[in-house]
Design a protein around this ligand. Structure first.
Ligand code: HEC
Ligand code: HEC
Length: 333
């Protein structure tokens, strides 16, 4: 495509011209071509050859969809017990990471290495996986060169087939519904939970196993809190992340374009879920070396702003965002 004001630029630089002509995109205010996100396409596993590389990708997908049976805390081989809970990666990265706004893994590999505020430096895709291993899966890091990490990265790379480096896909994350101008209300959320969630996830958030404890068969409906769920350092433990995930994806079968819950019910039920007990990760205060880069909904201090931990957990977030923006502005001057 050709943008009105880039023509001169294109005469100057053949490389820019090629880019502007081959990547579909939009023109920003200055008329510069910016590549639009790649279309939502999931590469076909069935077309993978039955050779070593195809097998590696398939094993990577199994590690995402059957994590509890392969590297969970109940597997027979004690050496392979890397995850600390019986969730699967796809308890959150729904359908093995192939669904829009269900924390997809499609196109993610193409966006790594990437700056990670939590550690204050650029991180690799392997480090990003370890992050979910230690927090979402409440477990240990995988051996960096072992077969599990190699297979997971091969699967992630496969899911980025045809994706230009550094361009985020439309559908990444879990959505961005409007925020409330009040604090989310766990008491209201408790009622939503009882009517809309408990039938699958249990009255005490304990979920429902496929079989019985100790059999490494994982869950039909994963636990939302308690000893066998994600820990307090996990992304799902942040309100904005979990409320959007619930709004876009729950009850199971819901998709982002037809949410079942109203935004306010989603905010309140996520607040209720996050107020329940779960495993604790030590040393969380070390996260985000620059506290101004801490997400406003990080449910643990310290913070650079003067807001209470309660408001960071429940909102409203707009006043915190404004205060953080002002502090950043001041720091720049
Ligand atoms: C309890 C829910 C949960 C489970 C289980 C989970 N994750 Fe995640 N994962 C998340 C959330 C939430 C994010 C996004 C967090 C953020 O950065 O805001 C994420 C992000 C990621 C990302 C980066 C995605 C992106 O768009 O940049 C990768 C890669 C990833 N997870 C891999 C895994 C793998 C592999 C497993 C299993 C070993 C796993 N996750 C298990 C919740 C989960
Ligand atoms: C029909 C059964 C069902 C209902 C009802 C349901 N869920 Fe789920 N939930 C699931 C399943 C199954 C998964 C695993 C992901 C998938 O395959 O969809 C899941 C995953 C989750 C996860 C991420 C994994 C984890 O263990 O934390 C959260 C959070 C969640 N549900 C919250 C809710 C909330 C809140 C409600 C009520 C608004 C709800 N769910 C209603 C079946 C259900």
């Amino acid at each position: 495509m050709i943008c009105p004001k880039t023509n001169t630029l294109m005469l100057l630089s053949a490389a820019v011209a090629v880019l502007a002509l081959t990547i579909p995109g939009t023109c920003d205010a200055d008329g510069a071509a910016t590549p639009s996100p790649p279309a939502w396409t999931v590469p076909d596993m069935d077309k993978l050859p039955d050779d070593a590389s195809g097998k590696l990708v398939r094993y990577g997908r199994d590690l995402v969809s059957k994590t509890s049976s392969l590297i969970g805390p109940e597997v027979a081989d004690a050496e392979k017990r890397f995850a600390g809970n019986n969730l699967d990666c796809q308890s959150c990265h729904i359908s093995a990471g192939t669904q829009k706004f269900a924390l997809p893994l499609v196109g993610v590999y193409a966006n790594f290495p990437a700056y990670a505020a939590r550690i204050g430096r650029v991180e690799t895709i392997e480090e990003r996986v370890q992050n979910c291993m230690e927090r979402s899966m409440n477990g240990k890091p995988l051996p960096p060169d072992g077969p599990e990490m190699t297979a997971l990265v091969a699967y992630l790379k496969f899911l980025s087939t045809g994706h230009p480096a550094g361009v985020a896909i439309d559908g990444r994350g879990s959505g961005q519904m409007p925020e409330l101008d009040r604090a989310a209300d766990p008491d209201k959320g408790k009622k939503v939970y009882a009517t809309t969630c408990a039938a699958c996830h249990g009255n005490n958030g304990e979920g429902q196993r496929n079989g019985k404890a100790g059999d490494a068969k994982g869950y039909m409906f994963p636990p939302l809190w308690g000893a066998d769920s994600f820990n307090d350092g996990a992304g799902m433990h942040r309100l904005i992340e979990s409320a959007n995930f619930v709004h876009s994806n729950m009850p199971a079968g819901t998709t982002w374009n037809e949410p079942a819950l109203s935004p306010s019910d989603a905010w309140d039920v996520a607040a209720y879920m996050n107020a329940q007990p779960r495993p604790k990760l030590p040393d969380l205060s070390r996260d985000y070396p620059d506290k101004l880069e801490k997400p406003v909904d990080a449910p643990y201090g310290p913070y650079a702003d003067g807001f209470s931990i309660e408001q960071h957990k429940l909102g409203p977030f707009a006043p915190i965002k404004a205060a953080v923006a002002a502090l950043k502005d001041k720091a720049r001057r």
